[in-house]
Structure formats: structure tokens, C-alpha cells
Design a protein around this ligand. Sequence first.
Ligand code: SF4
Length: 686
Amino acid sequence: VLSLGAASNWTRTTCAYCGTGCEMNVGTREGQIVVIRPVQDAPVSRGHLCSKGRYAFDFVHAQDRVTHPMIRVNGSWQPASWDEAISFAAGALGRIVARHGSASVGVLGSARATNEENYLAQKFARTVLETNNVDCCARVCHAPTAAAMKLMLGAGAATNSFDDIERARTILICGANPTENHPILGARIKQAALNGTRLIVIDPRKIELTRYAALHLQLRPGMNIPLLNAIACAILEEDIQDEEFLNERVSQFQEFRHFIQEWTPERAALLCGVEARKIREAAHIYAREKPAMCIHGLGVTEHIQGTEGVMCLVNLALLTGNIGKPGTGINPLRGQNNVQGAAHMGCDPGTLTGSIPIKEGSDLFATVWQRPIPTQQGLNLLEMMDAAEEGHFKALWAIGYDIFLTNADAHATRRALSRLELVIVQDMFMNETAKEFGSIFLPAASSFEKTGTFMNAERRIQRVRKAIEPVGGSRPDWEIICDLARAMGKGDLFSFRSPEEIWNEIRSVWKAGAGINYERMEYGGLQWPCPAEDHPGTQILHKTTFSTGTQAALRLVDYKVPEESADDEYPFILNTGRTLYQFNAGTMTARTPNSLLCGGDFLDISTQDAQRLELFESELVRVRSRYGEAVLPIRITDSVAPGELFASFHTPHVFLNFLTGPHRDKFVDTPEYKLTAVRIERYSGL
Ligand code: SF4
């Protein structure tokens, strides 16, 4: 074991965990990472890193890292050379396309890959496979945000910047838990609260920020729409809307006023369980103590009305003029380092790089790529799974994405994946998708072993720099994609010699990123839009107009009763989410000392329910839903309300998604992860 501080080389790069985008100095010696320290002048993290960014790097040298390609032969994995694996993958993909057509294959990018790599993944799908069947992990988290904000404001990304945290007088935090999931931002929000900023927290749980909040609206799970509509109603009832802003920048106001008057705080209180007086107080603070900023997370988006939940937040910002100014806006906390970038680079079945709709951008892309591109809308990840189950979809290439573990309704995912003829998994570890369904495993380099860029949650594009050589025979995703394209006869479109060359092609098709070159990103990166090399980047969007026009239209959002509710058979509502020391599927953090701080998943249950069921701290319980079951230890805490449960989803052996169901957002198919009716029973081991 090398001692801390023994580094002989230092490399500045960007954290590969959450969407905050902290910068770090990686200390290495003899080709190994020995220490990580924060970058003092980083614009986002300002000399700080959280327990994940600073300490969770040992996965890079983990014993079970797969460092050579593998091909499954007669049910067992056999090592292969890169030439063999690429040729096998190319041959298999080619045969499936020839037999079943381009619509039968698809590609998934992910936040594990850089912007350059995600760009290549979608270019591969569109030019080599000739399909728009390309998607990424945004489908299961913030696709609703992108859809709602693009529709209403013209850009599916944060309107403001993290620096607005310190400029806001009020921060409305809805369905986000930043102190656990975006800790450096969580710390900035706490600091702002200590300096007098008013926090309104909308969350079914008593998250840490409720201790700093002026108001906690502890709503019942799935009740965002009634609550947010009622806040809008209270604003208009009290006549505290921003008339000047409404006149100049907002349309559909009269229709909205007529619609929203039905949503009185008293009516909403019956549904969401929050007292009407608290709803009115929240309306008052948000509309009057300006500037007010809204920060939201998966507690808004991972519901059947996720897209509409975000629309309701935008409605509030439009009514009160809290948009286009410092300290305001609608700001999604993107969960993963580069999930914003993955979708924005074009890993989306309906949009090209820069979130340009396919029809709008097809001529430009066809010119740059010198190939006509398919114009028919592709399948998203969930649609690919549906088509696979029906037998129409045959092959999938998943880059840095463990679909089986992370998709809701794991039984349905299993049925779908088991019908595929070919599953190419590109990852650092033999993930759950690879173990059960993989045909070929292509070992990918970690973010410490490659160069490129990530895009954080405030639209900032930052450099990723290689600190060590790829471990064993692993390779950066971009090199693997180019090799496979060459093997399939399209090498002329993928003749890149470096990520910078790929980035320069991205700049040629994406006007809002045209001014961002590698040199300008050297220290701290730049926020798009940045259309020219002398443009400083953009901290705040929609200052004078929206991308959709001068005015943004309010949306009339009706409430839909959740698909699940507690009953005699399933008396609890289960919510799922992440925790401070682990990250998502645990692929990286579970292989680091962070596991000593939080080793496994747990089920939070209220004291009242634990006493009633005579359950004890850490006791194992079996959780059953209509779809499946899981076994977890309980943690007794009053952060959850009686009748509600919260479980983390970091460990494969718990496999929480065998509990979650098939319900999806009607606009973008994002699954319902936050509301499943369950029952629990003491686990007997049988
Ligand atoms: Fe990494 Fe996010 Fe922690 Fe920053 S807050 S160090 S980006 S995990």
C-alpha cells in the first residue's frame, strides 16, 4: 500500500460521480492512483470534494476488474484478443442487421462515457447501424426534465448556475437530497441557509436540509402535482404573481388562472397531506422573497407524472418572474457526472447532438457525416425492451450501463434481455447485465485512464484528463467504437486520432458549443451556449427571450391518481434512492473503502411502524410488491413517515428493482421508481 502524499505526478481532472462536476488533482505513483485532492480554484467545488470524489478511487485497481475482452462460448466466458472480440461483434451485428433490419438493433451511451464517446455512440448507431435506436441513462432519470423544459422554455437544461445558490434569497428544493447525492452543492446550500437564504423543502422524507429549512412540505409520495398546483393557486389567490413579467414574457395566463383556481390549498391538502396554511406560506415565500431559485431532482421526475411535475415547477417560476435573472430559475440536479452530456450529445432516439430534433438537423448532419441519416424516430430504452420482449428487437450494445440492475421492473427487463440474440456489454466490471445476458464483454477504461470532457448539471463542459494508463487490456470507449465502426466498413467516418478531434467535429454540428475548444476549457471549463471562441459562455439562460420565442406558455397540468396505492395486502409505499457514501449501482464505490462507511442497502422504517410490527434495528425483512421481492436490513428512523419506506439501491444482491413496477411517464417513458405499494415481513431465511 502506497502512503498518502507519496504521489510523484499530479493530473487535474473532473470527478466521475455526480453531476456537480467537482475538479480534482489525482496523485499517482508507478502507474497507480495514490491520493486525490481537491482543486483549489475549481469554479464549482472551490477547493472541496466529497467522500466519493476524494476517497472512492480504489475500484480502478480492483481484483475483479475485467481487463481483457471476453466472448461467451457455449454458455461460458472465454478470453479473447481485441481483434477477435471486435471481429466477433462486427460479424454478429452485421448478420442481425442483414437478417432483421436496422430497427432490430440499438446502442446505449451513458454517463460513464465522455461527451466525445457518447457522440460517437450515437454517430455509430445512425451511420453504421442506420437506426435512431440510441438512448442513454437519462431515460431513467431526467428525461422528463429535458422534455418539459425544452417544450416550455426551449432548452432542456438548467436555466441558471450553481453560483446562483449564493445569489438567491429563497431556494425551493423539490424531490432532491443534495447533501447525500450532490454533497458539495448540499454544503453550499446549507451555507446559504446559514447566511439567511430561506429554504423550502418539498420531500416525503425529513432529509438533512429540512433542519435548515424555513418550511418542510412533507407531502405523501406521488403528490407533487396537487401540491405544486396548489402553490400556484395560492400565488394567484393572494395576488402576488409578477404582473410585469407575466405581461411581457408569459402566455396562456387567463386559461391558466381559470384552470388553477380549482386547485385550492384546502383541496390539495386532502390529497398531499400538507396543511393548507403551509402551502400558502410556501407560495408567499417563493413569490415574495425574491430572487427565488428552484432546484429539483428525481423525486419529481421518477414518477408517472414526472414530465408534468417539472412543468408545474416551470409554471411557478413563470408566474413569479423567477427566471432569466440571477438567483432564480429551474435547476435539475443531474445525478451522474455526464448524464446531461450523454443525452445532449445525441444519445436520444428523437434528437441529434445539441438536442436538435432529427428532422431539423438531418441535412446538417448528413453534410458533415457525408451520409444520409435515418429520419424515423428511434426506440428509447424502454421501447427497446418492449420490442425485445415481443421478438422484434434483437441486439443491444450497452456502453457503461447495467440495464438489468437499474431498470425498474427487473422481471420484465429479464424477459426482454433473454430474448436478445446479441448483448454487447462495454464496462469495467462484469455487471449484472453481462453476467446473465452478455454475449461479448469489451473492457472499458475508467475516467482516470482517458481524456475527453464531461458536462455537469449547470451546462459546464470540463476536461477529463488521463492520470494513468488503461489498466490491463482495457481501452477508452472512443477507441473501441472507432474500431468496431472500422470493422463494419465505416472507418472513414471514425478516423479520429484523439478525443480533441472528436470534440472539434462536435463543435461543427452543435452551434451552442462551437466556441468551446479544449484550450478554453483548460481551467474550470465553460458553460454553453458559447457560440464563438470570443464568447464567455452563459451562466443564465432566458434573460430576455426564451428559445421558443418571446413568451413562454403556462401549462395546465391535471393530476392523475398514482397507479399504486397502499391497501390491506400492500400497506406501505416504498420510495427508492441513493445515499451519501455509495453511488448508483455501486459498481465503483462498492469496491472502495466507502463500503466501510456504508456497506449495503437498507430499508428505512418509522419508529411507529417498527414498534407496531415488533421489528428491531438491523433486522432483516422481506419486502414484497406485486412484482417481486427483496430482502434488506431495516433502519429505524423518523426521516420517513409512518406507512412509508425508503430503500437504497446500491447492491446487486439486494436487487431492489425486482420490487419496482411497470408504470411509466406518458411523455418520455421514465419509470416510476418512487412509489411502489409493498408489504414487509420478518425474514426467516426461507
Ligand atoms: Fe464528485 Fe459529486 Fe462529490 Fe463533487 S459532489 S466530489 S462531483 S461526487
